[in-house]
Design a protein around this ligand. Structure first.
Ligand code: SF4
Length: 433
């Protein structure tokens, strides 16, 4: 029987696609290999978000190509394949097949050689079945693509406009995951807060005031899924979509975790990025949520070195970080992406300066995160054990934030009450109570 290996690069949204591709190739009769060297087919699910991600994707393809056994095929899929298919086909003779999002990674000649069952050569990744989960948590991708056009982002050019899945099919998938031991579902989409707006009936007018009941389909989805799974977590919320009703819905799940996609705090720079908001508006939402739930947790990510970014913009961001006291934050330097407005803008910031600004922000945020983690020592909390000895509370998103080290004998996939006994930067140590 043929075997496969999937190497996944990039973000959680890609991880869901890989999950679905696994389901698809297993349907054809392939079984997972223990390591890439043993696989008959190696699928590399690439990332093309920024230059560094593209370089890493190509490096991984070349490395796996060297390690593959004789006769094994290399298939490249994902964002890089979708965006640069022709270039990859020419530049990487090592690769046997380059496939876009809606195409099967199983080349037509393989079913004969490996005795596989025929599978559809085209499909919709969003709705493919997924294999049994290997962890007590799972990502659930609720939409693909994005209707916004942020100045730095090429995603809409190759993922297209937003296409949301129907609530019913998402609830079914969540139920199936819960029946197979998943205790936490993490919702992902390029612009999660806008989930479902593309599904409005033809002719139905968009509702400008998102706080009108029924105007934000994500609110209803959160209520539905909250009945299905123990923990529900939302990633990538565009800040203008953080409505009062959505805040209420998130707090009602018992997972008061807010991952806000802010990108910067300076109003002129955000306008130049073609994005909504400014530091004051963000702070007032954060403050309001903390008044409602003092234990609310906040994560965000920021871009340093966007064209035109001044020292004043940097001071604005530093002051925002000092005031906001976010629990977690990620910082990235600007990368000029082909086909985006930002590449042709004047006042490009030297990369070395962007790196300096990034270091300043990271150093500040590391200290804030460390202090917030120190403040948890002595507290008790409920954790979900992901793997022996590694657990998380509602404060930590899987694969992104810190972890809580617990005794190895605590049952995996179960909730346990623990007391935090020590902190080491982002990581905590806890013992059962
Ligand atoms: S909202 Fe996110 S995915 Fe959409 S264009 Fe902006 S950065 Fe890109």
């Amino acid at each position: 029987m043929g075997t496969y290996w999937i190497e996944t690069l990039g973000c959680p949204k890609n991880a869901v696609d890989s999950d679905k591709l696994s389901g698809h190739v297993e349907e054809a009769g392939l079984v997972p290999a223990q390591r890439p060297e043993a696989a008959d087919m190696i699928i590399v699910n690439t990332c093309a978000f920024i230059e560094a991600a593209r370089a890493e994707s190509i490096e991984v393809v070349l490395e796996l190509s060297e390690r593959r056994k004789a006769g094994a095929r290399i298939v490249v899929t994902g964002c890089l394949a979708e965006r640069y298919r022709t270039e990859l086909e020419v530049a990487l003779p090592e690769v046997d097949l380059v496939v876009g999002f809606g195409e099967s990674p199983i080349p037509s000649s393989v079913p004969v050689e490996l005795g596989l069952r025929p599978v559809p050569s085209s499909f919709d990744l969003l709705t493919l079945p997924r294999p049994a989960p290997s962890a007590p948590w799972a990502y659930l991708k609720v939409a693909e693509g994005c209707d916004r056009r942020c100045g730095f982002c090429a995603i809409p050019t190759f993922r297209g406009d937003q296409r949301s899945r129907a609530t019913g099919s998402l609830v079914e998938e969540a139920q199936a995951l819960a029946e197979r031991g998943v205790r936490e579902i993490v919702l992902v989409a390029q612009d999660l807060a806008s989930y479902g707006r593309d599904r409005r009936r033809a002719g139905e007018r968009d509702v400008d005031d998102l706080d009108t009941p029924g105007a934000q389909p994500l609110v209803d989805l959160v209520h539905e899924l909250d009945r299905t799974v123990d923990w529900l977590r939302l990633l990538y919320l565009y800040p203008s979509g953080l409505t009062d009703r959505l805040i209420d819905a998130v707090l009602a799940t018992g997972v008061p975790y807010f991952d806000l996609s802010l990108q910067h705090a300076s109003r002129p720079l955000l306008r130049s990025m073609r994005r909504w908001g400014d530091g004051d508006r963000f702070l007032s939402r954060i403050e309001r949520i903390r008044q409602m739930e003092p234990d609310a947790v906040f994560r965000s990510s920021f871009i340093l070195g966007y064209p035109g970014e001044s020292e004043e913009d940097q001071r604005c961001l530093i002051s925002f970080l000092e005031t906001a006291q976010l629990d977690w934050a990620g910082f990235f330097t600007f990368s000029g992406e082909e086909g985006t407005p930002a590449v042709t803008m004047g006042e490009q910031v030297p990369h070395s300066l962007a790196l300096e600004r990034l270091a300043e922000c990271s150093e500040l945020q590391d200290a804030i995160t460390g202090r917030r983690r120190d403040g948890l020592v002595g507290q008790t909390c409920t954790v979900l054990v992901d793997t022996p000895g590694n657990a998380r509370s509602v404060r930590e998103a899987p694969e992104i934030d810190g972890i809580i080290a617990v005794p190895a004998q605590l049952a995996v996939g179960e909730f346990h009450d623990v007391s935090v006994t020590a902190s080491f930067g982002p990581e905590l140590l806890a013992m059962p109570v």
